[in-house]
Design a binder for this molecule. Structure first.
Ligand code: TRP
Length: 334
């Protein structure tokens, strides 16, 4: 495995996920499905981005706990540490160093116009810290430091990936071709909406459907979903194309057309469709839930996976930084 990090025979993928605690359906449909599929075909590196998390929370215990939970969740869902490298971002501090170097070739206007920055400035006006502005530069560094070519992410990350490409291009233009321009890889799922039916599913908005929660919690979350708001009476035909519940059925069962038709013709009501969706989701993740419980019972298991992952990446991260120092003029006279 360590040999494949230095000289990958398969093309490399990298992705990062926020330590938001228990993974939810949006994480899974948008990105994790691809994480797991791509570990079979690519040299895969996955990272829990705790440095990034600091831009939105300053609760130390929460970040640690959520990092653990996210790692455990990924392993339970099938991420295999024998095939893929899973690590914690802060265990490879070279990412932060590279983000500084990248910052020096990134025009301020590029980060100021980033949609996620504008959104955060609106959503957390009491904490518009500088990390929010630098966020996408650190993300570019995460990917580039390992020369990853493909980045499985949800569609909400398209702008960040575009910016990562621009930053790499700017660095290469100044210091010579070295870093790889990364490309986003999306799943076939559109941005997954939360139970509010409006916003993207996200832990911080409290609109998630959990993967590992107790079945009764999942049922409650699904039953709370906002559906087609124009369908008021059970007998009234619905609009499955805008109904979030119907849209999610696509991924949990082979009879999407039947569900669609039921809603369109008012043969089924929202409550029926929700009940069915909840049971299907619970079934779908039953084995992952069992696996999570088993792994959680192994003392030190998750920590050992993360530690070994970071260690495996050390040579590559150091090599990239050495090359940056050489090309950018850092260090002694040569
Ligand atoms: N910004 C990403 C998200 O919120 C997380 C992330 C950080 C990431 N670094 C990355 C994703 C590098 C892909 C590659 O989902």
């Amino acid at each position: 495995m360590s040999a494949s990090v230095a000289t990958p025979s398969r093309s490399r993928v990298f992705s990062g996920v926020q330590p938001s605690g228990l993974p939810h359906i949006g994480n899974y449909l948008g990105a994790f499905r691809n994480y797991i599929a791509m570990q079979e075909t690519h040299d895969a590196i996955y990272c829990i981005v705790d440095y990034h998390a600091l831009t939105s929370t300053h609760d130390a215990e929460l970040i640690r706990l959520n990092t653990y939970e996210m790692a455990l969740g990924l392993l339970a869902l099938g991420l295999d540490p024998e095939r893929a490298t899973l690590f914690r971002q802060s265990d490879r501090p070279e990412h932060v160093e590279l983000s500084w170097l990248f910052a020096t070739v990134t025009p301020v206007t590029w980060v100021e116009r980033t949609p996620s920055f504008k959104e955060k400035r609106r959503n957390q006006p009491e904490d518009v810290n500088h990390g929010l502005l630098t966020y996408p530069i650190l993300q570019a560094a995460d990917i580039a430091i390992y020369h990853a070519k493909y980045v499985p992410v949800g569609k909400d990350q398209a702008a960040h990936l575009e910016l990562a490409r621009e930053i790499v291009r700017a660095w290469n233009a100044r210091y010579g071709d070295y870093f790889v321009e990364p490309r986003a890889v999306f799943t076939d799922s559109p941005i997954v909406k939360g139970t509010d039916g409006v916003n993207k599913m996200s832990k911080s908005l409290g609109n998630v459907i959990d993967i590992f929660a107790e079945p009764d919690v999942v049922r409650k979350q699904v039953m709370s979903m906002v559906t087609d708001t124009q369908r008021i009476l059970r007998t009234q035909p619905g609009r499955p194309e805008v109904c979030n519940v119907c849209q999610l059925h696509r991924f949990f069962g082979a009879d999407y057309e039947v569900i669609w038709d039921g809603e369109r013709t008012a043969r089924t009501g929202c409550v029926d469709t929700k009940r069915l969706l909840a049971e299907r989701m619970i079934d779908f993740f039953a084995s992952a839930r069992e696996r999570r419980a088993k792994l959680a019972a192994k003392p030190g298991y998750v920590e050992e996976v993360l530690r070994a992952g970071a260690e495996r990446l050390a040579p590559l991260a150091r090599e990239s930084m050495g090359e940056c120092h050489a090309r950018m003029g850092l260090g002694p006279l040569r």
